[in-house]
Design a protein around this ligand. Structure first.
Ligand code: NAD
Ligand code: DAU
Length: 359
C-alpha cells in the first residue's frame, strides 16, 4: 500500500481517483482538511475499502509513526501543503508550518520507519515529494524554459516554503540515503480545483455574474497542465524514476492570463450563453497587481519525456473544454464550497483591489 498526504485537496484527490482507475493497491490518505481539503472530492470512493482516510497533520510525529508502523507503506507521496500564493502574501505562517516544518516532521518519521525495514523493502521504498515550478522564480520573455538544473529563486512566501521543503527532501537523500524523488510541476487545472485559483475562480464568477479579476495587465504567463496528466506523471515517476532525481512536469502550454480568461469566456459563451446575449468577456475587470507577481513560468519537460517516456494526453484546448464542462455539470460541488470561509477569503482578497480597476 502507499501513503498519500493531502489527498483531499485538488491534485491529491485527482491522484487517488486516478490511482484506483489503474490500480488496486490500497491508499492511506492523510489530510488535515484545511479550507482546501474536501472529502466530497473523494465521494466516488465510498465503499472502496482500499481507500483509508485519516484526518491528521503531516506535522504530527506521533500520528505519522503510528500510521507508518500500522500500514507499512511501500511509498509515501507528499501532496500536503498550503498552496495559494495570494494567501501566502496575506499570511505566510501556515505556509512555513505545513510546507517546511510539516515536511520536516514527515521526513523524520519516514526516515525512522525506512531504517526499520528489511533490506529488500528498504531498497524498494520511495518518498515522492510533489513540488512546483515556482521554486525556480520568474522567467524573462525570451529565456529558455526551466530545466531541473535551473537555480532556485523563489519569490513568494509560498514558493520559498516549497523551495525549503525541496531542499530538505534533497538533504535527506544525500545525508541519510532516503530514496526520494521530487517532481516540479507547472500550473494544474481540471476538476475539483478550488475556486480561489484563476481558472475555477473565473468560471465561478462568470456564471455568478461577478467581475473576472485580472491582476495587473494580464500579460503574466503560466504553463498549464491538465491535472490528470500530472497524476500520470507522478505515477510514472513513482514507478520508474531514478532515486534522488528531480523531474520537471509540464505540458508545453504557455498562455498569458488574459488569453486564458478570454478562452474561458468563449467556451462559456458557447456552452452556457449569458441570457442577454453578451459575452462573459464583458465581466473582465483589471485589478491591482499581486505584489511580487512572477511574470512567466515555463517548464522544459524533456527529461521526464526522454527518460521515463511520459507525455501529457491533453492539449490546453481539450483540457480546458473538459474543465469548463465539469464545472457546469458539478455546480452543487461549487455551491457547497463557496459558502462560509470561502466568502471571507473573497472579501479579504478582492474588496480592496476590485475598486481600483487599475492596469
Ligand atoms: P490544495 O491546496 O488544493 O490541497 C492541499 C491539501 O493538503 C488539502 O487537502 C489540505 O487539507 C491538505 N493539507 C494542508 N496542510 C496539511 C497538513 N499540515 N497536513 C495534512 N494535510 C494538509 O493544493 P493542490 O493544488 O492540490 O496542490 C497539491 C500539491 O501540489 C502541493 O504541494 C502544491 O505545492 C503542489 N503543486 C500544485 C500545483 C497547482 O497548480 N495546484 C502545481 C504544482 C505543484
Ligand atoms: O506554477 C504552479 C503553481 O500554480 C502552484 O505551485 C500553486 O500551488 C498554484 O496555486 C499556481 O500558482 P499561481 O499563482 O500561478 O496560480 P493562480 O491560479 O493563483 O494564478 C494564476 C495566474 O493568474 C497568476 O499570474 C495570477 C493571476 N490571477 C490569479 C487570480 C486568483 C489573476 O489575474 N486574477 C486572480 O483573481
Amino acid at each position: 500500500m502507499i501513503l498519500v498526504t493531502g489527498a483531499a485537496g485538488f491534485i491529491g484527490s485527482n491522484f487517488v481517483l486516478d490511482w484506483f482507475e489503474t490500480n488496486n493497491e490500497a491508499v492511506v490518505n492523510l489530510d488535515k482538511l484545511t479550507y482546501a481539503g474536501n472529502l466530497q472530492n473523494l465521494a466516488g470512493l465510498q465503499g472502496n475499502d482500499k481507500h483509508i482516510f485519516v484526518h491528521g497533520d503531516i506535522g504530527d510525529s506521533a500520528l505519522l509513526t503510528k500510521l507508518l508502523s500500522e500500514h507499512k507503506p511501500r511509498a509515501v507521496v507528499n501532496f500536503a501543503a498550503e498552496s495559494h500564493v495570494d494567501r501566502s502574501i496575506h499570511g505566510p505562517e501556515d505556509f512555513i508550518q505545513t510546507n517546511i516544518v510539516g515536511t520536516f516532521h514527515l521526513l523524520e518519521a519516514v526516515r525512522t520507519y525506512w531504517n526499520s525495514l528489511p533490506e529488500k523493502e528498504k531498497q524498494d521504498f520511495r518518498f515522492l515529494h510533489v513540488s512546483t515550478d515556482e521554486v525556480y522564480g520568474s522567467l524573462g520573455a525570451d529565456e529558455p524554459a526551466f530545466t531541473e538544473k535551473h537555480q532556485y529563486e523563489p519569490n513568494s512566501p509560498y514558493s520559498a516554503s516549497k523551495a525549503a521543503s525541496d531542499h530538505l527532501v534533497r538533504a535527506y537523500h544525500h545525508t541519510y540515503g532516503l530514496p526520494v524523488l521530487t517532481t516540479n510541476c507547472s500550473n494544474n487545472y481540471g476538476p475539483y480545483h478550488f475556486p480561489e485559483k484563476l481558472i475555477p475562480l473565473v468560471i465561478h464568477n462568470a456564471l455568478a455574474g461577478k467581475s473576472l479579476p485580472i491582476y495587473g495587465d494580464g500579460q503574466q504567463i503560466r504553463d498549464w497542465l491538465y491535472v490528470k496528466d500530472h497524476c500520470s506523471a507522478i505515477r510514472r515517476v513513482l514507478e520508474a524514476g531514478a532515486v534522488g532525481e528531480v523531474y520537471n512536469v509540464g505540458g508545453w502550454n504557455e498562455n498569458p492570463n488574459l488569453e486564458v480568461v478570454n478562452t474561458l469566456c468563449a467556451i462559456l459563451d458557447e456552452l452556457q450563453p449569458r441570457t442577454d446575449g453578451e459575452s462573459y468577456a464583458k465581466q473582465i475587470t483589471y485589478v491591482k497587481d499581486r505584489p511580487g507577481h512572477d511574470k512567466r513560468y515555463a517548464i522544459d519537460a524533456s527529461k521526464i519525456e526522454r527518460e521515463l517516456g511520459w507525455k501529457p494526453v491533453e492539449t490546453f484546448e481539450t483540457g480546458i473544454k473538459k474543465t469548463v464542462q465539469w464545472y457546469l455539470d458539478n455546480q452543487d460541488w461549487v455551491t457547497n464550497i463557496t459558502t462560509g470561509v470561502y466568502r471571507d477569503w473573497v472579501q479579504t482578497q478582492y474588496s480592496a483591489v476590485d475598486k481600483s480597476n487599475a492596469k
